[in-house]
Ligand binder design. Structure first.
Ligand SMILES: Nc1nc2c(ncn2[C@@H]2O[C@H](COP(=O)(O)OP(=O)(O)OP(=O)(O)O)[C@@H](O)[C@H]2O)c(=O)[nH]1
Ligand SMILES: [Mg+2]
Length: 286
């Protein structure tokens, strides 16, 4: 069924929204979704790991924020745990994207808490990556701290109703003007947009920037490279998973035998790995 769904997918605009805990992602996603709905498009929201220790109580808060959207049949909200997947997004996340895509949702928004590797991961899964920074969460611009400056197609400074927001916007603009050209995409100037979900400021501008980025990637042809990269990553991850799964099933047989030989230094890890892969292949052929 997943094969059929994958074949039917490929039209949706997948937008990753990432940022440090509490930066206002969920509030922004709710406001943005309402705005996108105004254009008639259907929106699916995947919120990654709401149970994370970094966002205690977020589920309830998100429910409240998403409540206004709950009665809208054109919006589907799905929370997903990372299930310990390296890099935050599990294979299931991308399969959920396929399901929404094939079901005719024009926009799929993926909200991930940016704590380490996760924001890089969402950037590799999305066509457009929005990095959210909140003013006053630290002295430095948080995006720099997390090393995510170059993954952002669009920077958002949330809570722009706060007095220190303009300083954060200025800092981000200054950092971007220093960023090496090589990390920039042809024909795209990464905008820095101040938003206040509470006051309804900048939401329209953000939606337009997201739409413009989508158009820009199509005009430059970059969308093809992005799609290909996403597929490559999914293929490698799936292969990894299959191999890990098969290894686990070798636990009692071939694996323990190889381990014994390794312990005796009768073989090397590399040679043993080759033998293990051979054993797996023979197993799957029979
Ligand atoms: N002043 C102000 N506060 C905001 C705004 N948007 C969100 N907040 C507040 O910031 C806090 C965090 O908002 P969330 O939307 O839950 O942030 P988040 O990034 O999704 O948080 P996690 O998912 O826990 O990482 C809440 O208390 C919001 O009320 C805004 O535009 N202005
Ligand atoms: Mg959230």
């Amino acid at each position: 069924m997943l094969d059929a769904i994958f074949a039917a997918a490929g039209r949706a605009h997948v937008v990753g929204i990432t940022g440090v805990p509490g930066s206002g992602k969920s509030t922004l996603v709710a406001a943005l979704t309402a705005r996108i709905r105004g254009t008639g498009r259907k929106v699916a929201i995947i919120a990654i790991d709401p149970s994370s220790p970094y966002s205690g109580g977020a589920i309830l808060g998100d429910r409240v924020r998403m409540d206004a959207l709950a009665d809208d049949p054109g919006v589907f909200v799905r929370s997903m745990a990372t299930r310990g997947a390296l890099g935050g997004l599990s294979r299931g996340t991308m399969e959920a994207v396929d399901v929404f895509d094939a079901a005719g949702y024009e926009m799929v928004l993926i909200e991930t808490v940016g704590v380490g590797q996760d924001e890089i991961d969402v950037a590799r899964a999305a066509h457009t990556t929005v990095v959210v920074s909140a003013p006053g969460l630290g002295d430095d611009v948080q995006a720099i701290k997390a090393g995510v400056l170059e993954i952002a197609d669009i920077h958002v400074v949330s809570k722009s109703d706060r007095p220190d927001a303009s300083r954060t916007i200025a800092e981000l603009n200054a950092m971007l003007s220093l960023a090496p050209r090589s990390t920039r995409e042809a024909g795209w100037d990464t905008p820095v947009i101040g938003t206040s979900a509470e006051k309804g400021v900048g939401i329209d501008e953000l939606m337009q920037a997201i739409d413009r980025h989508w158009q820009s990637t199509h005009q430059s042809g970059d969308i093809l490279a992005r799609r290909s990269k996403i597929n490559e990553r999914r293929l490698l991850k799936a292969a990894e998973e299959i191999v890990r799964d098969r290894f686990a099933r070798q636990q009692d047989g071939r694996l323990s035998e190889l381990l014994a030989r390794l312990d005796a230094r009768a073989t090397s890890p590399r040679t043993a790995a080759g033998e293990l892969l051979n054993a797996i292949r023979i197993e799957s052929e029979t």
